[in-house]
Design a protein around this ligand. Structure first.
Ligand SMILES: NC(=O)c1ccc[n+]([C@@H]2O[C@H](COP(=O)([O-])OP(=O)(O)OC[C@H]3O[C@@H](n4cnc5c(N)ncnc54)[C@H](OP(=O)(O)O)[C@@H]3O)[C@@H](O)[C@H]2O)c1
Length: 236
């Protein structure tokens, strides 16, 4: 069987960590290459860790290769310290890496954005997420898979105070979120990772957008309605 190479961005993060574990368990991937800024304490015969400077991607261009690119990069405004620094992590790095991976032969790009992502959102966070969706869609990938989760659940070290409160509230109110409100239900980071791998295996062509409730359904093995048509770039 011909195996694939996964290129994973954000392997040290909450969703990225689950992606890494699941990719290493998946025999379909002969190699899992991570691009990280600090080495991870994980060793595996199929894991290739590349420590790079994300601000000097030209120097790392030859390492930005793989069949399926899993992008779990991200930061918060608080962590980044400014809007510009936030945008660099959530827009510039994924975009620059996506372009280089495509040049190097990648076929499928899978990215986590967020519920509410839209280039014209009044919230800066959602606008940047919408911008990166639009920029990735404009590239000539055979397949683009966009995952828009609601609040992520999972053990984060160190934990984020506001997020912890959101998780508790979200969990408590989850049962109220039915029908069109389902996409607002908090979702486990592990669920997002497992849905990403399931879709990567299927490789649906074109641009596909997965709102939070569909991510959950893919993980549960009960994909409900087909994904809404993604429409041309700019009309997300
Ligand atoms: N948290 C939520 O509730 C939520 C909801 C919806 C969508 N999302 C989105 O889902 C995605 C994954 O979220 P997550 O919670 O799993 O993220 P996370 O745990 O914060 O992990 C983020 C990853 O990005 C890397 N990163 C951050 N700043 C970097 C920088 N300056 N240079 C290089 N790498 C950098 C981190 O590496 P280091 O370990 O080296 O810092 C880490 O691997 C993000 O895009 C996030 O915006 C999150």
């Amino acid at each position: 069987m011909k195996t694939r190479t996964a290129l994973l961005l954000g392997a040290s993060g909450l969703v990225g960590g689950h992606c890494l574990r699941l990719l290493l368990e998946d025999e379909a991937y002969g190699k899992v290459r991570t691009l990280v800024r600090r080495p991870l304490s994980v060793e595996h015969p199929r894991l290739e860790q590349q420590v790079i400077d994300f601000d000097q991607l030209d120097g790392a261009a030859a390492l930005i290769t793989g069949d399926d690119v899993f992008c779990c990069l991200g930061t918060t405004m608080k962590q980044a310290g400014s809007r510009a620094a936030f945008r660099r992590v959530d827009f510039t790095y994924p975009h620059e890496i996506a372009k280089r991976a495509l040049n190097n032969g990648a076929e499928q790009f899978l990215i986590i954005t967020s519920l509410g992502a839209h280039p014209r959102s009044r919230f800066y966070y959602s606008r940047v997420k919408g911008d990166i969706e639009q920029a990735i869609r404009a590239l000539d990938y055979r397949s683009v898979q966009i995952f828009r989760p609601s609040l992520l659940l999972g053990d984060r070290h160190p934990s984020r105070r506001g997020e912890k409160l959101g998780m508790s509230l979200g969990r408590a109110c989850s049962f109220l979120m039915t029908g069109p409100m389902r996409k607002y239900r908090p979702i486990a980071a592990e669920t997002v990772a497992s849905a990403m791998l399931a879709i990567a295996r299927e490789q649906p062509k074109g641009v596909n957008i997965f709102p939070s409730h569909r991510i959950q359904a893919i993980h549960d093995g009960t994909p409900s309605a087909p994904a809404p048509p993604a429409g041309p770039p700019g009309l997300i």
